[in-house]
Design a protein around this ligand. Structure first.
Ligand code: SF4
Length: 413
């Protein structure tokens, strides 16, 4: 979602005459997009402000922050930044920046702002914003508000324009895509939306994120199985392997339910690649409860996992709990899960050795093309040519737990 916010911010700034730079020292304006879960990410930004303030001593520079800002965060943010605004107030950015006021378009809401995609072949399409779930460690429901779905006709029309321009990969985005449409009378639900996007004629891959286990339906699994453009990849955050910890996180599902979903998905789509998110060291998580997460990892055989050490996000419910697991123990737990997922990742990748996989090339470093398979495996292959934006067939010659290497077979598009 932050990536998509970035594209929308870029669009507003582009209208104001700004161009992008990756070099802080050349920027006239720096906008930080804050994370919804990790306080540590916000703390790192505070560290960088010192450098930016040094730049401000020599020339004008505006530093702003947006994204997931809790009301409690705001006073401190307003002290440290020149501007602190909710992402829902993005349309007011031009007036906040007091620039080109006359050129300011009358933008009604977040979805009315057309993003500038950073890529000419991959695009993220937000289908909804906000969240109703109130996981105790997360700021999203407070910062982005409740779930707000976008009309399916607008989503489909936008996607068609990208397909017509030759885009090769569409990712539908939402904090919880599985509850898409629940807030709109008469609107289609997520499985039907996914089906209708899949049915748009064209040569493209279709991805979506993020799914919440409590809302994932059998109907969705059926569509994932039959949709020829839907990539065989599922990211299904589990967060913890123990029901009591899940309850404390307010995740609203049990491990039994989670396991039954993975079982159904693997049965329907045997080659699917599955990844997850996990927070280790949530307040009061005992060694036994963590052991259950380890056991779950062994059972689920994930291809990939995003493991975070718990860090209280100020203003959330869990931040009121004592952060009683020390950092060394959190690191130990993180390492222990990483070890398991490396093993299962390697096991899955071994099956791919000597097979031919189609990849979408995302970049070229002058020697290697780098991209992803349909199942979201990172891959690189030697190439004399820059094939960025093309589907290419690769023979897999080497594997790592989370990546593959290979050689080009032939261009397939
Ligand atoms: S589902 Fe939970 S973690 Fe995800 S955005 Fe909503 S509240 Fe945050």
């Amino acid at each position: 979602m932050n990536y998509s916010d970035g594209e929308r911010i870029a669009s507003v700034l582009n209208d104001l005459g700004y161009t992008q730079t990756n070099d802080d020292t050349k920027a006239d304006l720096i906008i930080v997009i804050a994370c919804s879960v990790k306080q540590s990410a916000i703390d790192r930004v505070y560290g960088r402000i010192k450098n930016w303030n040094k730049i401000k001593e020599t020339r004008p520079l505006i530093i702003a922050i947006t994204g997931c800002l809790l009301p409690n965060d705001k006073p401190m943010m307003e002290e440290k930044f020149d501007l602190a605004f909710d992402i829902s107030e993005l349309s007011q950015l031009p007036s906040l920046l007091k620039a080109k006021k006359d050129d300011f378009k009358n933008i009604k809401n977040y979805f009315d702002i057309h993003p500038i995609p950073k890529s000419s072949f991959q695009v993220y399409i937000p289908i909804m914003t906000g969240c109703n779930n109130f996981c105790t460690y997360c700021a999203v429901p407070y910062t982005r508000g409740r779930e707000k779905s976008r009309a399916s006709k607008d989503i489909l029309a936008e996607i068609k324009t990208y397909i017509d321009k030759g885009y090769k990969e569409i990712t539908l985005l939402g904090q919880n895509v599985n509850s898409y449409g629940n807030d709109l009378d008469g609107e289609i639900k997520f499985p039907e939306l996914l089906k209708q996007v899949n049915d748009i004629p064209g040569n493209f891959w279709l991805r979506f994120m993020t799914s919440h286990p409590k809302d994932m339906s059998d109907e969705l699994i059926d569509i994932m199985k039959t949709g020829d453009k839907i990539c065989d990849y599922l990211h299904l955050p589990v967060q913890a392997g123990d029901d009591k910890v899940l309850q404390k996180m307010n995740r609203k599902y049990t491990i039994k339910h989670y396991k039954s979903l993975i079982k159904k998905v693997r049965k329907a789509i045997p080659n699917i690649s599955i990844s997850t998110d996990t927070i280790v060291g949530f307040p009061t998580e005992t060694k036994w409860q963590f052991y259950k997460t380890k056991r779950l990892y062994k059972q689920m055989q994930y291809d990939m996992a995003y493991i975070s050490k718990y860090s209280p996000r100020i203003g959330t419910v869990s931040a009121k709990l004592e952060d009683n697991i020390n950092l060394d123990e959190k690191k130990r737990r993180e390492k222990s899960l990483t070890k398991i997922v490396k093993k299962s990742g390697l096991k899955h990748n071994k099956v791919l050795l000597n097979t031919i996989q189609t990849i979408l090339v995302e970049e070229y470093d002058g020697k290697y093309i780098i991209g992803k398979t349909r199942s979201a495996k990172a891959i690189k292959a030697l190439s004399r040519n820059d094939l960025t934006g093309h589907f290419i067939d690769i023979i897999i010659t080497d594997i790592q737990p989370f990546s593959l290497s290979g050689k080009i077979k032939e261009a397939s598009d």
